[in-house]
Design a protein around this ligand. Structure first.
Ligand SMILES: [Mn+2]
Length: 440
């Protein structure tokens, strides 16, 4: 039994009292008559594995029927875009009954008998509202059921993530080997993306961040057009996508091939915090507790450099460490790079004062990132309010000497197991290994 069949059955079991109708994505124009690169909607991939545009899925839980509606194309389409599999081939490809989309209305009228509820989403409602007249639509429950199901990854899904990770590892290594002072950030991006494409992976999981020097302290930098300067760092945050499944990996490397003393100091703190957090990750642990664990390690490190001072717990609680580490340690990863967090059933209370987007109790089968960082961000370090509030905890004069430094982030993807976790990322990250990969 393939995974998507299992997924459809599990969804039907959770929502037995309604019809389930979900439309896949539809290709869109980018500008004039040029098409944007099409990427299937994640929920639709999860249920069908269909990567093309213009399909719809109908699940009838009471009659145990699943139907895929496929686009009927004309000769113009065949001339310009090529053929699309017909019903018989689609049935074989996708493991369920397949019929042309222009029969949807007729099929739906037969299937809706005996139902009062329709589980669907806003996109599908927009496309098919007249069909659903008289049925009670429950979009929130469909989203919740899919979030619950998608959180734990099956062996087949892990295999896709592994393939995305393998291409991502190779691409990061290729960047380390090729980066030279005088190149531009986009050349590092080009090396990374070309490796992924050559591995047969058409999509990246998100926009590539190739940030050098001070740009590496801009968390979602994507201009990637600055010149690489000797002596600076290059932060590469980039990941391939395999059949919709993401990889998300960050490495920070020395553009000249060797880390300076100061770069080693900061890098070592982040690396130690990252490895300790990976070792600490296990089922039953709250994501927020893991984040605090990593903040404690970062605070200890910044204390050793005399940038922070005072009691470590205090530095974590009063937010001083967040001036240098202003993002979460971790997020779920799957069909979305920032993936679903597991639905209402898994809701947990955050016992801490600060808000974090990723709040969940870790379970075997969760794939998460571990990505601490240290950044020297003008907007935070020169903010008058921050300086007043944290003057006892932060040596701002010392911190300002790092304003030309940028930042360091190290990010791996791990899968939570029955005990501990397994690291899916094997791109070099030890100082000696990064320098060896960057050797000219
Ligand atoms: Mn990430």
């Amino acid at each position: 039994m393939n995974d998507t069949l299992r997924h459809r059955r599990a969804l039907a079991e959770r929502l037995p009292d309604g019809l389930i109708l979900l439309s896949g994505g539809v290709s869109r124009t980018r500008n004039a008559d040029t098409e944007a690169l099409f990427r299937q909607r994640s929920d639709f991939l999860y249920l069908t594995d269909v990567e093309a545009s213009g399909y719809t899925l109908l699940i009838d839980p009471q009659r145990g029927r699943q139907t895929l509606f496929i686009p009927r194309i004309d000769n113009q389409h065949r001339v310009w875009l090529g053929p699309v599999p017909g019903p018989a081939e689609s049935q074989r490809l996708y493991g369920m009954r397949a019929v042309y989309a222009d029969t949807l209305e007729k099929e739906f009228k037969i299937s809706r008998r005996g139902y009062r509820k329709i589980y669907t989403d806003q996109e599908t409602l927009k496309a098919h509202r007249p069909l659903m007249k008289g049925l009670h639509a429950a979009p929130a429950r469909l989203a919740d059921a899919l979030s619950e199901l998608r959180a734990c990854k099956s062996p087949g899904e892990l295999d896709m993530i592994r393939q995305a990770c393998a291409a991502t590892n190779a691409a990061h290594l290729a960047v380390m080997r090729s980066v030279r002072p005088g190149q531009h950030e986009y050349e590092a991006q080009a090396v990374f993306e070309s490796e992924c494409l050559q591995a047969g992976l058409r999509h990246l999981a998100y926009l590539t961040i190739a940030a050098s020097g001070k740009n590496s302290a801009i968390l979602h930098y994507d201009r990637n057009n600055a010149k690489l300067k000797a002596g600076d760092l290059l932060l590469m945050d980039a990941g391939a996508e395999c059949r919709g499944y993401a990889a998300d990996v960050t490495r920070t490397l020395p553009i000249s091939g060797r880390f300076s003393r100061r770069q080693k100091d900061i890098y070592s703190i982040v690396l130690e915090a990252q490895k300790a957090s990976i070792a600490h990750a296990q089922p039953g642990l709250l994501s927020t507790d893991l984040h605090i664990f990593s903040m404690t390690r970062i605070a200890e490190g910044l204390k050793s450099l005399k940038i922070l001072r005072g009691d470590t717990t205090g530095l974590v609680e009063n937010g001083a460490v967040r001036l240098f580490y202003p993002h979460g340690l971790s997020h779920m990863m799957g069909l979305d790079v920032h993936d679903v967090t597991g639905g209402k059933k898994r809701l947990v209370r955050n016992p801490h004062k600060f808000a974090l987007r990723f709040l969940a109790k870790l379970e075997p089968g969760f794939v998460i990132t571990i990505e601490p960082g240290i950044y020297f961000i003008e907007a935070l370090l020169q903010d008058a309010h921050n300086r007043r509030q944290h003057r006892a905890s932060v040596d701002f004069a010392r911190a300002e000497k790092f304003l030309d430094f940028g930042g360091v982030r190290i990010e791996d993807d791990i899968v939570i197991q029955a005990r501990g976790s397994l690291n899916l990322t094997d791109t070099p990250k030890e100082i000696k290994d990064v320098e060896a990969a960057c050797r000219r």
